[in-house]
Design a protein. Structure first.
Length: 115
């Protein structure tokens, strides 16, 4: 039995919505990856400073340490914000996909549930 054109356009629109949601989720995952990289940068700088600490006097370079610590704290805050924001958006996208799956059981069979 052929599918009526109105049902076909509705199904096409639903699939387009799901693709848009998945694209947004992919963007949020990229933001989370960036946040993790920004968050780990101060840890790397700290590791290098600790490793090379025998080559310089801590008190003689204290004027450089304060701005570096402020920069590192700023990067940690920025990384935490990006990760938190991405997680919230991913949860929102997952909720929208669940809503679409409940409204259209035929479309739900194409989704693979992760463990």
């Amino acid at each position: 039995m052929p599918i009526p054109p109105s049902d076909l356009s509705s199904e096409t629109a639903m699939i387009a919505r799901v693709q848009l949601i998945l694209a947004e989720k992919n963007t949020s995952l990229s933001v989370m990856r960036t946040g993790i990289a920004v968050f780990t940068l101060p840890l790397s700088v700290g590791t290098v400073l600790i490793t090379t600490s025998r080559y310089y006097n801590f008190l003689e370079n204290s004027y450089l340490i304060a701005p570096l610590l402020i920069l590192c704290i700023g990067l940690i805050v920025l990384g935490t914000y990006l990760i938190h924001r991405a997680i919230r958006r991913i949860w929102k996208m997952d909720a929208l996909i669940e809503k679409i799956k409940k409204n259209d059981p035929e479309l739900a069979e194409f989704f693979v549930d992760a463990l």
